[in-house]
Design a protein around this ligand. Structure first.
Ligand code: R5P
Length: 293
């Protein structure tokens, strides 16, 4: 993928990640030109001939999800129409990935629809990072990769020199992620028992491990409302944890999520640039470049 035949197409939702990826791959970067029609519809233009090239379209689907998704789809089809040899869709955070099954009869399986749209628009290869459930990739018939940011996050946390660190998955589903983060840090790991009551509220229990005097890191794929982290942090602090840090791949951070976590005693929140935010201190560019290089 290195050399003049690869080109990164930077979508409007991923300006930093697309730049970092083009540098890591030592290839060119062209930014999509995105404008609005008077009625709000999106207009996309790429001012570069891509005929015969392998293009890597980088466009995350954080908020505003619908707009970022439409921009992605328009760009993918545009690349195909312009004669690109291969179209790689790097969608580090895929919209609707959490609605990946029919939890209640009659619900749309949104993640499946989004996968099908991306493939139908012209992607030959799909790359994402820490997909909520890796099984979602089964909806693609094109090549697909779900990469993990856990090692990069662990590397960052290691440099913080935490005291007797314990890495806790925010729920059973995050246990493997916590283990990989902890491996990089040479730390212990476990997971928190969580029961979701509603999209905004959870019940957690942190029995089974001693947190007294330790620096705790709660690890999750997504921090959305911050409810899971805040609720866990409150209990961990009450049980004697010295500090509580939170680390996630995708900082969705809805509304007052940061404030909620801080007032629950969370010292620091760290995340990656799959969604570019103030807490995105770790880049997934090296891991994505590693798959493409
Ligand atoms: C859910 O299963 C996810 O892995 C996260 O735990 C969840 O999205 C976090 O949401 P919130 O920040 O709203 O508690």
């Amino acid at each position: 993928m290195r050399g003049p035949m690869a080109l990164v197409i930077g979508g409007s939702a991923s300006p930093l990640l697309s730049l970092r990826l083009s540098r890591a791959l030592r290839c060119g970067l062209v930014r999509t030109e995105v404008r609005r029609f008077p009625d709000g519809e999106i207009y996309v233009r790429v001012r570069r001939d891509v005929a015969g090239e392998r293009v890597i379209v980088v466009q995350s689907n954080g908020r505003s999800q619908n707009e970022n998704l439409i921009e992605l789809l328009l760009t993918l089809e545009l690349m195909k129409d312009m004669g690109a040899r291969e179209v790689v869709a790097v969608v580090p955070y895929m919209a609707y990935s959490r609605q990946d099954r029919r939890f209640t009869p009659g619900e749309a399986v949104s993640a499946k629809t989004v996968c099908r749209l991306i493939e139908c628009a012209g992607a030959d290869h799909f790359i994402t990072v820490d997909m909520h459930h890796r099984e979602t990739l089964q909806h693609f018939s094109i090549k697909s990769n779900d990469l993990t940011a856990a090692h990069a996050i662990g590397g960052y946390l290691k440099r913080l020199r935490l005291k007797r660190p314990l890495v806790l998955g925010a729920d059973r589903g995050a246990a493997e992620r916590a283990k990989n983060v902890a491996l990089e840090m040479g730390a212990d790991h476990d997971y928190i028992e969580k029961k979701r009551i509603s999209p905004e509220s959870v019940r957690v229990s942190v029995g089974g491990f001693d947190v007294r005097g330790r620096d705790i890191v709660i690890v999750d794929d997504i921090i959305s409302t911050g409810g899971t982290v805040a609720e866990s942090a409150r209990i961990l602090r009450k049980n004697g944890a010295r500090t509580v840090h939170a680390a996630c791949t995708h900082p969705v951070l809805v509304g007052n999520a940061m404030e909620k976590m801080r007032s629950a005693g969370v010292r620091r929140v760290i995340a990656t640039d799959t969604i570019e935010s103030d807490v995105s201190v770790v880049s997934v560019a090296p891991v994505v470049a590693g798959t493409l290089g």
